[in-house]
Ligand binder design. Structure first.
Ligand code: NI
Ligand code: MN
Length: 236
């Protein structure tokens, strides 16, 4: 299992994640609760959310973003076009970023990195341009560095992320079809040089066929561990 140094990472189904840092910062990533088949039953989101990180505008990551942002008054971090759209919907506390940028917030240093995917927001009957999709690297005081890939294919610059950020834990999509599958995720983990992979973005819909069991098979002999919490479970 991963050792997160007193920080707690909870998988809330699909690509939704909550991280509570040892220093007291509450971080929510890609909130999708309403209509999410893999949302943990009976889970109650902490009232205090300090940071809301968004990887892209697709509904399975963004569905509850405006609602949570307004309720929590969290600082909303996303790529420029995405946060601008939210501002237009009345979300005031935004912190736009772009690839290669860093932001220090309390005990967390956030780096925005590229992801290979697409991004748009469903706004009424229109699909609105939402900028590029992204991933994040979180350097939390006292914790191993965590890379959150967002939705992406495998790409060679994950090797560069190893050099730039030295992540120890990677949260990777493994469902296939819309993102990389388990075999590519295993190679991503090698490129990143991480010790632990936490698989997400699988099993939610029939099209997402990749499984943690397959990932585990592909990680055999690499020395890289897999931590696969069930929805609502945490890695500490
Ligand atoms: Ni997507
Ligand atoms: Mn997705």
């Amino acid at each position: 299992m991963a050792h997160l140094g007193g920080n707690v990472l909870t998988w809330l189904g699909h690509a939704t994640i909550h991280i509570q840092t040892a220093g007291g910062t509450s971080i929510l990533i890609d909130p999708w609760f309403e209509g999410n088949p893999s949302s943990p039953k009976g889970y109650k989101l902490p009232e205090k959310i300090d940071l809301l990180l968004l990887t892209h505008g697709h509904d399975d990551h963004f569905h509850d973003a405006v609602k949570v942002a307004k309720q929590s008054k969290a600082k909303v971090v996303g790529i420029y076009e995405l946060t601008s759209w939210m501002q237009g919907k009345g979300v005031d506390n935004i912190s736009p970023m772009n690839y290669g940028g860093n932001l220090q917030f309390q005990d967390v240093r956030i780096s925005m990195v590229e992801a290979r995917h697409s991004s748009s927001i469903v706004d009424g009957d229109k699909a609105v341009y939402a900028g590029n999709p992204c991933g994040y690297v979180l350097a939390i005081e006292g914790a191993p560095v965590i890379y959150l890939a967002g939705d992406t294919s495998l790409f060679g610059d994950m090797q560069l992320f190893k050099e730039l950020y030295a992540p120890a834990v990677a949260v990777l999509p493994i469902g296939d079809n819309f993102t990389m599958g388990p075999n590519h995720a295993a190679l991503a983990a090698k490129y990143l040089g991480v010790k632990t992979v936490i698989p997400v973005h699988y099993g939610t819909f029939p099209a997402l066929t990749g499984t943690p069991a397959e990932l585990k098979t592909h990680l055999e002999g690499t020395g890289i561990a897999m931590a696969a919490p069930r929805p609502g479970e945490s890695v500490e």
